[in-house]
Ligand binder design. Structure first.
Ligand SMILES: *Cc1c(COP(=O)(O)O)cnc(C)c1O
Length: 345
């Protein structure tokens, strides 16, 4: 790995971050707060939240088995994705390499930040080749984007190939594990000590059932997390989100139960879906959704909309001709989908 200084955008490396009122007093006991121009009324919403969310991070550190200083919390994983560009890439000069097809935000954030986005097509099994990824990198490549289990394909990518990329690439490798809880694969978060150049993304939006809260997590070396903290908005995670996330973290068993139910439902749904006349193929999945090739994705998508059922049409995505991406819902929701499709002529 190159030095972190070489991998960081120059102005960010030199940046002196905003110091909030709450940053400056911290470490002392206090009970009268006249430092932040807050209104003393309307407790508890009158106070600015903890900019570094320490209470919450202590819980997350236990659940995710990392050091609390190796955690960044953001307004969804999307904040962490954008921060990767704003912290490390020099607009108009640097580039990133990503698997294709994958989650759309990596490219949108590249475009917003005016950074070249290089796609490396997955193979016929939607798997990666380290060699092909590494071939696309050059001295201006700062980040390689990997998503496993991948969206929209649903599968885990080959861990040995991912490790090869991590070992040989001189820049940063982001591994998005938004669907990690649904998969048996070991999290890359557990390898932070071995690999100082990885950034692992997790989220509250999928298995944790909290997409509305907007909370994503990045796990990386303390140095990388320090750079994220320098650039993020001081109060990027609001008080209500911090409170509710803490409450969720105190009861992780519920999440395990949801995951078990959804995995059972996934098996049942895929079995029934595969027998539909409109289904050509269902790809293997390690997530709470599956990708299916159907006879006519556009027509079936519209037909389902007319029946009040929304799925994701991935027909225009590379390698996903006539593919629909279908999320596993409750038993009743899944039955509505199946019922509608059984009546399709
Ligand atoms: C859903 C999803 C996310 C979650 O994003 P949030 O901003 O945390 O809601 C991240 N990555 C991938 C690949 C996803 O599919």
């Amino acid at each position: 790995m190159k030095s972190l200084e070489l991998l960081t955008r120059r102005n960010i490396w030199k940046l002196k971050p905003y110091s909030s009122a709450r940053d400056e007093y911290s470490g002392h006991e206090a009970h009268v707060f006249l430092d932040a121009n807050e209104n003393p009324y309307n407790q508890p919403y009158n106070r600015y939240p903890d900019p570094l969310q320490w209470q919450l991070k202590k819980f997350i550190a236990k659940i995710k088995q990392v050091d609390e200083r190796q955690i960044f919390l953001g307004n969804g994983s999307d904040e962490a994705i954008d921060l990767c560009y704003r912290v490390f890439t020099e607009p108009k000069m640097d580039n990133v390499v990503a698997i294709e097809p994958t989650y759309g935000m990596y490219k949108v954030c590249a475009d917003i930040n005016d950074v070249e986005y290089r796609k490396v097509l997955l193979d016929d099994n939607f798997d990666i080749s380290a060699q092909r990824i590494l071939q696309r990198t050059d001295k201006h490549t700062k980040i390689v984007w990997i998503c496993s289990p991948n969206n929209p394909t649903g599968n885990n990518l080959n861990a040995e190939e991912i490790e090869k990329v991590i070992q040989e690439f001189q820049g940063l490798v982001v591994i998005d594990e938004a669907y990690g809880e649904f998969s048996a694969q070991r999290s890359w978060r557990t390898r932070l000590k071995d690999f100082p150049n990885i950034i692992v993304l997790n989220t509250m939006s999928k298995a944790w059932g909290c997409a509305g809260l907007r909370m994503g997590m990045a796990f990386a070396s303390e140095e990388i997390i320090g750079l994220f903290n320098k650039v993020k908005y001081p109060y990027n995670l609001n008080q209500l989100t911090q409170q509710k996330a803490l409450e969720m973290m105190k009861d992780p068993f519920k999440v395990r139960e949801w995951v078990n139910i959804l995995l059972q439902e996934r098996t049942r749904l895929i079995k029934a879906f595969s027998q539909l006349p409109c289904c050509m193929k269902v790809y293997p999945t390690d997530a709470n959704f599956f990708l299916a090739v159907v006879t006519d994705a556009n027509a079936i998508y519209s037909y389902l909309i007319e029946h009040g059922v929304v799925v994701r049409n991935r027909n225009n995505v590379q390698l996903c001709n006539n593919c629909l991406r279908i999320t596993v819902g409750t038993k009743n929701e899944n039955n509505e989908l199946l019922g509608a499709l059984r009546q399709l002529k």
